[in-house]
Design a protein around this ligand. Structure first.
Ligand code: GUN
Length: 288
């Protein structure tokens, strides 16, 4: 078997053009231009690339964006003041604080300071709680991108065995929750594996859909994957051979039913979902 390549870039491009159309209609109907404020603290090169890509994608969809670049030795109080200013700026609909933050700053405090109605990353506890209860305001971008990929590629999730490797707040926990929730792109039977999981291979081999967000290059190899499984690779790592994922693509692709490439898989979908959330934030900001 040779796996079907799940082309995240193509799906993201379709979604981005849908959002561009909807944004243009929203602007015409309401005279409001959706705007994202991105906050970048420090000089992390990967974060700089991600934020630049997000801003370019906004521009292409007709969404305004502004970047607040701050030095890595910034005091936590200064960052909290900026977040507060953005919360009160009516022209800003979405606020994104790029992670990771310097270790001198409490990520938890900063994410909690973002007004939940502008929290386009869906990291605020109120939005996490709403997602868990199946009544989301915003869905977190990477998990939402994965779910959209599954839906749009007609990969059934209802009743299927999903294994998620990784329990991060950004990907592992929310994707497990969303796929287990009721509704389209949900209703799966989900298992979460992590660094303390025993007999990991035995569990991952039961997966009909395997989602890998462990943050370790080429961690998943052929013996961990069931023949015909759908494999979603969330990882991205720079290596001597270029960008690689959390999945050893060369050994897994021949036996998988479908697999996301790295790059060009999950990454582009994350950006598309940020646009979707920013437009939604602007829609929610209108007076009732
Ligand atoms: N760092 C890694 N992924 C993300 C994300 O989805 N949002 C933000 N803000 N930072 C990140």
């Amino acid at each position: 078997m040779t796996a079907i390549l799940l082309d995240g870039k193509a799906v993201a491009s379709t979604i981005r053009s849908e959002i561009a159309d909807e944004t243009s209609k929203f602007k015409a109907d309401h005279g409001v231009v959706p705007k994202l404020a991105a906050v970048l603290v420090g000089e992390d090169p990967a974060s700089q690339v991600y934020v630049r890509n997000k801003q370019r994608a906004c521009e292409a969809a007709g969404i305004d964006s502004e970047l607040h670049r701050l030095p890595g030795d910034l005091a936590e109080t200064q960052l909290l003041k900026l977040v507060s200013d953005l919360n009160h700026d009516a022209s800003v609909h979405g606020i994104l604080v790029q992670l990771p933050l310097p270790s001198t700053i409490s990520t938890e405090k900063v994410l909690q300071a973002v007004n939940p109605t502008k929290d386009v990353d869906a990291f605020h506890p109120e939005n996490v709680g709403r997602m868990v209860q199946g009544k989301p305001r915003f869905l977190p971008c990477t998990p939402q991108g994965i779910q959209q990929l599954l839906i749009r590629q007609q990969i059934e999730t209802a009743g299927r065995r999903v294994v998620v490797i990784g329990r991060s707040d950004i990907v592992g926990k929310p994707i497990a929750c969303m796929l287990g929730n009721r509704g389209v792109g949900g209703d799966a039977t989900v298992t979460i594996c992590h660094s303390k999981t025993l007999e990991l291979n035995t569990i991952t081999r039961q997966a009909e859909i395997l989602i890998v967000a462990i943050g370790r290059p080429k961690f998943v190899t052929a013996e961990m994957v069931q023949q015909g499984a759908v494999v979603i690779d969330v990882g991205i790592h720079r290596s001597d051979e270029g960008l690689v994922g959390d999945v050893d693509f060369a050994s897994v692709a021949p036996l998988a039913g479908a697999i996301t490439p790295v790059p060009g898989g999950v990454g582009p979908l994350t950006v598309a979902m940020l646009l979707k959330n920013t437009l939604r934030a602007a829609q929610l900001s209108l007076p009732a």
